[in-house]
Ligand binder design. Structure first.
Ligand code: FMN
Length: 398
């Protein structure tokens, strides 16, 4: 008799605990935005651009999918009112990440990634895209933010061409950046040779490293860069401020970082988003820095090869062209089942990184050359999730 009432009490306690657990999970799921529509992913839909009547806007919608620094999407597009075949790309200086990118180099590379996507989408639409970089002259470096507002990065002239089934076009609809683990095998020599052939005549070159010594050495630089960055509060604060905690924030802002970028998905993502919504300090300070070091370490450990894009000089045009080459590399890489992740810390130009930056450049660039992009490359263990994108119409400048 006694024994059966004890069992009943235990059963009640377990039922209560289970109920509380389920309620808690449900609460976290709701807080994380589990039932919300993900409008921030709409630009990834294959038919998203087709709703736009103006072909220039359709091409801008393709550009919007390109890799870009800190997912800031710092682009403005101006449609020529007189000529329906012309549009302009401007850098959006209000979206600069000044702490991490004080010389706006990554911002300029990001202009190039956009332009290459426009070119690939143009071919698919039956246009030849004639891109002139800095058609109204270079920026005034002393008042660069003002200059970004006044001078376009590129003039894009469309002319009728052959409608071509570009092999790169479908690859634009895959996420560009995979921060997850890569398989052990490095790209083979024939794949590397295809990728090396992508560099153009503009003083840009690429290098690939698959040997043990360089993997170790570059990995060490990547970790050193990450550790320095993790210790610079203003740089970390800048990144943490654009971390979108839950689905509501992602729909509201549609740019910046989110948990997906760290490879978290599904129910786990919703739960974690709920937890961070309840305890927002989790995305800041020491915890965020440690998390950054931890996932960089995991990435480095699962990297079979590194690549670099180098330019002979470091003009704004070189930076834009490096971005174009990077997009070409990403898209061609996808056709070879290869994925990439830029690892920019060691290339960043803020004072605390200076020594490491110089050591790295001394070791990996010839005199005068600039390493514009450093990236890991390999076969992904899991596909990369999509990141937020703005509505293309918000890019259009009056
Ligand atoms: C110039 C440049 C620098 C970047 N640096 C880094 C980096 O250091 N680490 C990283 O994980 N991703 C880096 N990225 C990738 C962006 O964070 C990524 O493109 C953006 O978040 C959008 O995600 P998606 O490429 O998957 O669409 C960089 C991209 C560009 C264009």
């Amino acid at each position: 008799m006694k024994c059966s009432s004890g069992k009943k009490t235990l059963f009640k306690i377990l039922t209560c605990a289970l109920g509380a657990g389920i309620s808690m999970m449900f609460l976290l799921f709701i807080l994380g935005g589990g039932f919300m529509k993900q409008t921030y992913l709409e630009p990834w839909n294959r038919d998203y651009a087709s709703h736009m009547a103006d072909p220039r806007v359709r091409l801008a919608a393709a550009g919007l999918l390109a890799a870009n620094n800190h997912n800031m999407q710092p682009w403005k597009v101006k449609l020529d009112q007189e000529d329906p075949m012309v549009f302009y790309l401007y850098a959006d200086g209000s979206r600069a990440t000044k702490e991490v990118d004080p010389l706006y180099r990554q911002l300029m590379i990001t202009q190039g990634t956009f332009l290459e996507y426009v070119k690939v989408a143009g071919e698919k639409e039956g246009f030849h895209t004639d891109i002139t970089i800095f058609p109204e002259g270079d920026y005034e470096e002393d008042s660069i933010l003002q200059s970004m507002d006044q001078k376009p990065v590129a003039r894009i002239l469309l002319s009728p061409g052959n409608m071509e089934e570009s092999p790169l076009y479908p690859e634009m609809f895959l996420a560009d950046t995979n921060r997850g683990n890569y398989k052990k095998e490095a790209p083979d020599p024939s794949q590397i040779s295809v990728l090396l052939n992508l560099s153009d005549e503009n003083g840009l070159s690429m290098k690939f490293y698959t040997d043990h010594d360089n993997l170790k050495k570059i990995g060490k630089y990547v970790m050193e860069g990450a550790e320095i960055e993790a210790g610079v509060t203003r740089v970390m604060d800048e990144s943490n401020a654009i971390f979108r905690t839950n689905e509501k924030e992602k729909n509201q802002y549609r740019f910046g970082y989110s948990l997906e970028g760290q490879g978290v998905s599904g129910l786990k993502k919703c739960m974690l988003q709920g937890i961070i919504t309840l305890f927002p300090t989790l995305k800041e300070g020491k915890g965020a820095s440690e998390n950054f070091i931890r996932y960089t370490k995991t990435a480095v450990t699962h990297t079979p090869s590194y690549a670099m894009i180098l330019s002979r000089d470091n003009s704004r045009t070189d930076q834009v062209r490096s971005g174009m080459l990077y997009s070409r590399l990403v898209l061609t890489g996808h056709t070879l089942d290869l994925t990439m992740q830029p690892l920019s810390q060691v290339l960043e130009e803020y004072p605390e990184m200076k020594q490491t930056y110089e050591n790295f450049n001394h070791e990996y660039a010839s005199r005068g050359q600039t390493v514009q992009m450093l990236l890991r490359i390999g076969k992904p263990v899991k596909p990369a999730p999509y990141s937020m994108r703005r509505d293309v119409l918000s890019l259009i400048k009056e």
